[in-house]
Design a protein around this ligand. Structure first.
Ligand code: COA
Length: 167
């Protein structure tokens, strides 16, 4: 399995994968919208020997109290059912964090299961007085620090890009 950044030719495979992995087409539509709006900061794909997309992680900008602090949100994350439990999702996230770090991004936020993201180094956002708009999401809302000092003086509300809220 090759883990690499998304390129143009991957778009159709990503769309198909997301439609397979999620019950509705919402995530696939979301990624298409982010791409069209120029809001896909980074997409990581896992491809097999034939170049078929079997895993995907998308990162897009988030704001802190309405301001751009070079933070991004991870969503969606998906791996084809046929190749799950082989650490592919973990690799997609790690490679994504690495690339974002090289590009100078400061932090990554995610809405997900702490049992899965915790061991990867994500911590509860609430620990840093960071919260999101979605009610009842406190336990699932997590952050990962890329830049030293990213969380000093940073507290308040994180907002995902417009396609997530439909605003
Ligand atoms: C969640 C998902 C991306 C994991 O992909 P993966 O490549 O199998 O992940 P990894 O191999 O890196 O890690 C798998 C391990 O995490 C565990 N795991 C998976 N989902 C988990 C969850 N929500 N909470 C805790 N552990 C979880 C699995 O049990 C597995 O452990 P095992 O190998 O001992 O069985 C994949 O199951 C998927 O695409 N699911 C459907 C889409 C989805 O729910 N995406 C996440 C929200 S956007």
């Amino acid at each position: 399995m090759l883990i690499r950044s998304e390129i143009g030719v991957d778009a159709a495979g990503i769309d198909t994968l997301l439609r397979r992995c999620f019950d509705t087409g919402k995530e696939a539509d979301l990624v298409t919208q982010l791409r069209e709006d120029g809001l896909l900061t980074l997409g990581m794909v896992a491809t097999d020997d034939e170049g078929q997309v079997l895993g995907y992680a998308a990162f897009s900008p988030v704001t802190l109290n309405g301001e751009d602090n070079q933070w991004v949100g991870l969503a969606p994350l998906a791996v084809d059912e046929s190749v799950r439990s082989q650490g592919i999702a973990r690799q997609l996230v790690y490679e994504g964090l690495d690339t974002l770090n090289e590009f100078g991004y400061a932090a990554v936020v995610v809405m997900g299961d702490p049992a899965w993201f915790g061991p990867l180094g994500f911590e509860p956002a609430a620990r840093h007085q960071l919260h999101c708009r979605f009610p009842g999401a406190e336990a699932a809302f997590q952050v990962y620090k890329l830049a030293d000092g990213a969380f000093s003086d940073a507290e308040g509300q994180i907002d995902f890009a417009r396609p997530f809220t439909g605003a």
